[in-house]
Write a protein that binds this ligand. Structure first.
Ligand code: ZN
Length: 335
């Protein structure tokens, strides 16, 4: 018994540009009109043999031995080496298209809230603002966990391996960056963030369509720790590297907001998993304002303590000793 899938509807609903960006294919250049051209993501190679047409919503590779061509379904089938039917199911999943089975999703993931009229309406208009992130269907290979950039920021090899971070030299949008795998609260990989190491325009790159607002970084590892009986409180920091440094200093019960704001979805996730929060944001003006704002909101439901990071510093700049000193004092003020 298979899930019924409307190929035509999927084909019409998903632009090829969205599929290309799903795969991190950002090297195609505008050729003429609605045509993009570049190296073929299916067979590889170095010549610009691949063409995608954004208005016709199709693609074609001119190398006879590859010869891949067709619509978005054919593209995904070629990339995943799967059937067109499985490709359609994947596209439904990735782009949260409602399948024609009474509004139910074809995916294994439940929607963020029980289906409501407004949610269905949002799906129809293609809005994804409050959608949960779909798990990635690939992992980046050949990540160098011992890259000097990490050493330079005080991240040791064991921590880099544990968090899966490292330099990615492969092809794609994250090429030449330090990649940081991001998981949802149940531990599914949902995105890679790419940190520039050469002072490039965007310091952090996140994939298009990734809903940062729906994720608390490192929460899945912190939850595992909680399961082992950690009752010291959840340490909440701003950045990826803050979280890694605090973890490395001996506090695995740490998560990052990926910025100095807390979205309602993040608040919900934190409240679900923390009885006490140690708020350890950056020691700058923005960090202080955020501490007041976020602390105030969390205080309505949990016990909150603000950890004062020295002026002008952020947790990832502090040594393990300095972090332990700060956290020891905050956890046990009379010590
Ligand atoms: Zn090709």
């Amino acid at each position: 018994m298979g899930t019924w899938v409307d190929f035509k509807a999927v084909k019409q609903a998903v632009p090829i540009a969205a599929v290309l960006s799903h795969y991190g294919i950002d090297w195609l250049r505008k050729n003429a009109g609605d045509e993009l051209r570049g190296r073929c993501p299916i067979h590889g190679g170095t010549d610009p043999t691949f063409q995608a047409n954004t208005s016709k919503n199709n693609f074609q590779c001119f190398v006879p031995s590859c010869g891949a061509h067709g619509n978005v379904l054919d593209f995904v089938a070629a990339m995943e080496k799967c059937s067109v039917r499985d490709a359609a199911l994947k596209l439904q999943d990735w782009f949260a298209l409602a399948s024609n089975t009474g509004g139910e999703r074809s995916g294994t993931k439940a929607p963020a809230t029980t289906s409501t009229g407004s949610q269905l309406a949002a799906e129809k208009t293609g809005e994804t603002a409050n959608e949960k992130n779909q798990p990635l269907t690939f992992t980046l290979k050949g990540i160098d966990h011992a890259h000097p950039y990490l050493t330079g920021r005080g991240i040791d090899n064991a921590t880099a391996e544990k968090f899966g971070v490292g330099f990615f030299a492969g092809k794609g949008s994250m090429s030449g960056r330090i990649v940081i795998p991001i998981h949802n609260e149940v531990g599914e990989l949902v995105a890679y963030a790419g940190r520039a190491i050469d002072g490039a325009e965007a310091r952090y790159k996140l994939p298009a369509g990734f809903q940062k607002s729906q994720v608390v970084y490192n929460l899945h590892r912190a939850i595992q720790e909680e399961g082992r009986g950690n009752r010291d409180g959840l340490i909440v920091v701003e950045g990826f590297f803050d979280a890694m440094k605090v973890h490395q200093a001996g506090y695995p019960f740490v998560v990052a907001l990926m910025g100095c704001t807390m979205t309602p979805a993040q608040e919900e996730l934190l409240l679900e998993h923390a009885g006490m929060v140690l708020l350890m944001l950056d020691g700058d003006e923005a960090g202080k304002r955020a501490t007041d704002e976020i602390g105030g909101r969390l205080l309505r439901s949990v016990f909150v303590k603000a950890v004062t990071v020295p002026e002008g510093k952020q947790p990832d700049m502090l040594s393990a000793g300095e972090l332990r000193e700060l956290l020891r004092v905050e956890k046990n003020p009379t010590a």
